[in-house]
Design a protein around this ligand. Structure first.
Ligand SMILES: Nc1ncnc2c1ncn2[C@@H]1O[C@H](COP(=O)(O)OP(=O)(O)OP(=O)(O)O)[C@@H](O)[C@H]1O
Ligand SMILES: [Mg+2]
Length: 481
């Protein structure tokens, strides 16, 4: 449930809010004055405050000042009529989150409220990085006991007390955002806002204005002045995600904020001060982008003050079991009955898989398996083919038990998809000969060198098999005459 507190002395506005936010997810409380709102605050504990700037009694600005004394993190959106935007901008300096022009554009109002509520939720989710015991009941934690993860935990701890800029690197789904939040929650700025901007998700032309705001009329479509994330996040922590995707102009501006603590809105010429701690993340090798002159070297060094690299899951397989248990417990909260377990053979398959999508992929597979599974435990058959298939295809003893018919074809498609991803990443590997070679070796091992049987298993003639054996030079490897 999200709690929204509206402070406005106009009955009309209160009424429209009640209509617009008539939803089971939102609990709306209204106050007609600043004084009333301050009285309600400790009782209601809102996630978001929407407040008119001009009110009888305590002014909006004064109310905001007092709200800040009570709660330095509470998100406050100001509402103001055309022509009084200057006041709203003033209010930003007092730590308002954003402002909205009256009369409202309802879809915009809803979007703004939803985004703010999400930011408020995100800020509240404390991420723990202390080594977690399996039985412990934790809200949101970084799970891992492997050596690489121990290093990550140490760095988070060392970084937390400082204001240093940090650069988090790692493949997609390794937990970069989670680590950024953990740094924030353990930092001196944990009582101030944390905002995240995904630089790759925002169109190039808009990113600069998203970060720094813009003046009215600074470009087509800029019909009103707008404050950016750097202003919204004053005194707080800004998480710049996918930083490899910024244009050179934006890079230059970020560099300047890091160096001098000031920036200008797009189309503006007044320097604005920003006291913002930056945590950046990327899944692209920034060093390469620097070498290719796509990323400013000076900015790279500024960001790279402290580097936290998160190893891909396949390089820390001992964490898989812990993560599986963590996700089983986490999802159990949404389901009736006791948490479910996982069959040893299914766990083995998970531990063997190469995890191109890392922890996010593991999380999704567990979520899906819980839906698929009927009994108490997740079985091999509840896992997707690319995970369960590896055990079947590589299984020892007896002829290879590849499923036939349609299911087999789907498995092969899945397998091929993965192999192809590999080939894309490492074209030097020459995927077809490499796979062919491995298949021949497997078949010969399985049949203890019986070429007739091996050829049959592979669906080729004995002569073709012989040629392959010679071509790949695998006689000696397998001790075949
Ligand atoms: N060590 C971990 N312990 C528990 N959950 C984790 C861990 N690592 C990642 N997760 C979970 O996996 C999912 C992906 O993590 P996150 O979004 O932080 O990854 P990311 O590195 O930012 O990925 P991308 O590059 O795709 O944005 C999240 O749901 C997160 O909670
Ligand atoms: Mg991310």
């Amino acid at each position: 449930m999200n709690k929204l507190l509206l402070i406005d002395d106009e009955a009309d506005v209160q009424y429209s809010f009640q209509r617009i936010f008539d939803s089971p997810e939102i609990e709306l409380t209204t106050a007609s004055s600043g004084e009333e709102a301050l009285r309600l605050l400790p009782k209601v504990k809102p996630d978001l405050v929407m407040m008119d700037v001009r009110m009888g009694g305590l002014s909006g600005l004064e109310t905001l000042r007092r709200i800040r004394q009570i709660d330095s993190k509470l998100l406050v959106i100001l509402m103001t009529a055309y022509g009084t935007t200057q006041t709203a901008i003033e209010a930003m300096k007092l730590g308002a989150y954003d402002y909205l022009l009256k009369p409202f554009d309802v879809p915009k109002l809803k979007e703004l409220v939803n985004n703010a509520l999400k930011a408020a939720r995100d800020m509240k989710q404390v991420v723990s990085y202390q080594p977690l015991l399996e039985t412990e009941d934790y809200e949101l934690g970084i799970v891992g006991r492997s050596e690489p993860m121990q290093q990550v935990f140490k760095l988070i701890g060392q970084l937390a007390a400082s204001d240093a800029t940090a650069l988090i690197t790692g493949e997609s789904g390794t937990g970069k955002e989670l680590v950024a939040r953990a740094i924030y929650h353990h930092s001196n700025r944990s009582q101030q806002p944390f905002l995240a901007v995904n630089c790759a998700a925002i169109p190039e032309q808009l990113l600069e204005s998203e970060l720094f705001g813009h003046e009215r009329g600074s470009f087509t479509g800029a019909t009103m002045q707008r404050v950016g994330k750097f202003e919204q996040c004053n005194r707080g922590t800004l998480f710049l995600d996918e930083i490899g995707d910024m244009t050179p102009a934006t890079q230059t501006k970020i560099l300047r904020v890091l160096q001098s603590g000031t920036f200008e809105r797009v189309g503006g010429n007044q320097p604005i001060k920003a006291d913002v701690r930056i945590i950046a993340a990327t899944n692209k090798p920034l060093e390469q982008a620097v070498a290719a002159r796509q990323f400013r070297e000076d900015l790279f060094y500024r960001l790279n003050v402290v580097r936290i690299h998160i190893a891909p899951l396949r390089e820390r397989r001992e964490d898989i079991k812990l993560l599986v248990n963590y996700f089983l417990n986490k999802f159990a909260k949404d389901q009736p009955g006791p948490p479910r377990s996982i069959a040893p053979v299914a766990l083995k398959a998970l531990e063997k898989y190469h995890w191109p999508g890392n922890v996010r992929e593991l999380e999704n597979i567990i979520r899906r398996a819980l839906v698929m599974s009927k009994g108490e435990a997740i079985l091999l058959t509840d896992l997707p083919a690319e995970v369960s298939g590896q055990l079947q295809a590589g299984g020892a003893g007896g002829p290879m038990a590849l499923p036939v018919g349609e299911a087999g074809a789907a498995d092969i498609t899945n397998l091929a998809r993965q192999l192809f991803q590999w080939a894309r990443r490492e074209p030097k590997m020459r995927i077809i000969p490499a796979v062919e070679r491995e298949l021949v070796i497997q078949a010969l091992k399985e049949t203890e060198g019986n070429q007739v049987h091996a050829a049959k298993l592979l669906g080729i003639t004995r002569a073709t098999l012989r040629k392959r054996v010679e071509k790949f030079g695998i006689q000696r490897e397998l001790n075949i005459k």
